[in-house]
Design a protein around this ligand. Structure first.
Ligand SMILES: N[C@@H](CCC(=O)N[C@@H](CS)C(=O)NCC(=O)O)C(=O)O
Length: 212
C-alpha cells in the first residue's frame, strides 16, 4: 500500500490515515509531495481525483478522503482494530469521527495544524470557542466511558481523526481541562505520533497561509 501525503508539519488530513496506519504497525510506502505557498500542488492531480491529499493506493484501487481511507483500512484488515470491536462503541466512534470530518470549521480555519509552531494564543472567534467546548466534551465523555488512554481504550480511527486537533489545542493554548491534558499526553507519547512529529520538525518548507 502507498499513501500520498502533504507536508508533515501542516497536512492535518494526511496525518489522520498516516498515524492510523503507523499505530497499527502497517508496513506501507509513503510519498510526500510538498505544498506550494498557497497550500496545494498541481502535482496532486497526477494521482488524486480531487487534487488533494491524502490518497491511498492499494494495487489498482485508489482511495481518497481521509475518512474513506480509514474505513477501507478497517475493511481490508479487520483484525487490526481500526474501529472498536463492540458494536455500540464502534457506532459511537464512527459518530465522533464523522463529526470531526464534517465539522469544526472554526478551529480548522483559524488554527491550522502546525507541528513546528511555538505555543502561542491568538484571538479566536465564537465558532472556534464552540468547537473547543465540543471537543472537550467528546474527549472527556469518551475517556470516562471507555477508560482511556485513547478515546475508545486502544488507539482507533477516532483517535486518528482527532490527532491533528491535539496539536491545535496545544499550540494555540486553547484548553486546560483535565481530559485534554490527559489525552494530549497519551497521544504525544505514542510512538507513531513521535515518528510523524520528528519528521515534521525536520521539514524546512513554510506555507505562509498556515502560519496563523
Ligand atoms: N476532505 C478531505 C480534505 C483533504 C484536504 O483538504 N487536503 C489538503 C491538505 S491537508 C489539500 O490537499 N489541500 C490542497 C488544496 O486544497 O489544493 C479529506 O478528508 O481527505
Amino acid at each position: 500500500m502507498k499513501l500520498y501525503i502533504g507536508n508533515k508539519n501542516y497536512s492535518s488530513w494526511s496525518f489522520r490515515p498516516w498515524i492510523a496506519m503507523a499505530a497499527k504497525g502497517l508496513d506501507f510506502e509513503e510519498e510526500l509531495i510538498p505544498f506550494d505557498d498557497a497550500g496545494g500542488n498541481p502535482k496532486f492531480r497526477e494521482f488524486s481525483p480531487t487534487g488533494k491529499v491524502p490518497v491511498l493506493v492499494d494495487g489498482d484501487l485508489v482511495i481518497w478522503e481521509s475518512l474513506a481511507i480509514l474505513e477501507y483500512l478497517a475493511d481490508r484488515l479487520p483484525d487490526l482494530g481500526f474501529w472498536p470491536q463492540d458494536m455500540a462503541a464502534r457506532a459511537h466512534a464512527r459518530s465522533v469521527a464523522n463529526e470531526m470530518h464534517g465539522g469544526f470549521s472554526g478551529i480548522r480555519n483559524e488554527c491550522p495544524m502546525n507541528m513546528r509552531r511555538e505555543i502561542r494564543a491568538i484571538a479566536i472567534g465564537d465558532q472556534t470557542k464552540r468547537d473547543v467546548a465540543r471537543i472537550e466534551d467528546i474527549w472527556a465523555g469518551c475517556l470516562n466511558r471507555y477508560g482511556g488512554p485513547f478515546l475508545f481504550g486502544e488507539f482507533t480511527n477516532a483517535d486518528a481523526m482527532f490527532a491533528p486537533v491535539v496539536n491545535r489545542l496545544e499550540k494555540y493554548a486553547l484548553s486546560e481541562t483535565e481530559a485534554v491534558r490527559t489525552y494530549t499526553a497519551a497521544m504525544k507519547a505514542h510512538p507513531a505520533w513521535k515518528r510523524w512529529e520528528e519528521a515534521a520538525l525536520a521539514e524546512t518548507w513554510i506555507v505562509p497561509a498556515d502560519e496563523a
